[in-house]
Design a binder for this molecule. Sequence first.
Ligand code: ZN
Ligand code: ZN
Length: 347
Amino acid sequence: MVNSETFNAWACTGKDQPLEWTEMPFKQFDADTVEMDVTHCGICGSDVHTMDSGWGPTNYPCVVGHEITGVVTRVGDNVSKFKVGDRVGVGAQSLSCLECDSCKNGFENICENGITGTYNGTYPNGDKSFGGYAEKWRGHQHFVFKVPDNMTNEIAATFFCAGVTTFAPLRRYNVKKGDCVAVIGLGGLGHFAVLWAAAMGAEVVAISHSKSKKDDALKLGCSDFVMSSDKEHMAKYKGKFTHILCASYADDFDWGAHLALMKHNGTFILVAAPEVPLSIPPFALLVKQIQLSGSLIGSPKQIEEMLEFAAEHNVRPWINKYSMKDTPQAIKDFRSGKPRYRFVLEN
Ligand SMILES: [Zn+2]
Ligand SMILES: [Zn+2]
């Protein structure tokens, strides 16, 4: 049966093409589907990379946006955990096989059979996945979450990608009181990483190439702000960091200089997604037994845990709101580095 249902969205029709507000085909509604009216959608760097075919050719037309919150309007027959009217959110992942070892053990985000992204992905029946720069969204219940009662949808939206992408590895590597965590890059991800690590009880230091974010870093909970170009200030932290979370990676990233700041047995966590291979001096890792780790979004279980932690510790991202109808302007402002620290579109 041809699916004739549609929804309105900002579609990207090709690299360097302007966004167009247009009707798009909905994925098929099945027994596991949750449909929502989108209230908010955060703007993630991945959205822009995808519109630009930055990680390989994008399957245009695409509708990006994977920090989506909304209100449930319809549920399929298998859905019992949500009802019409519930406030819900969805992040960067909309499906996995749900059968492999990773999926069965609560790591659906690293499914052995690959994941279906919330946009620029394809469902098993061939339908394309579309994101949240839209009026409506539809997807599988397994990747939809209730927004905590004490959190608004506009605040909740950015937790679903930026939030969990930084929360998951900091939790996995057990950041706690007594640790000293460096966060490289104070953008959407980095500002969340600071909030989390501080809430977990660690001392947090921001490392940035831009002096303009110093005051914000301190307000977010950092004990210090270091310009990566300031060699003297960097030297003060030699051997000090138990964890470094790298949220921003420039092509000329100086691995030697940053790994020198790590404590023995420390963990370097890469959450930035550079378009180039990494070039790491091996002895900088060997002599201190440094763990080098990558991390990609988070599993449904980690998303639940994050929302609980955020609700309990009152972790709240800094956001700037735009009306959904001003999405093209928001993207323009995003590209020029204006977010402090995450843009959220509002219907
Ligand atoms: Zn994202
Ligand atoms: Zn799987």
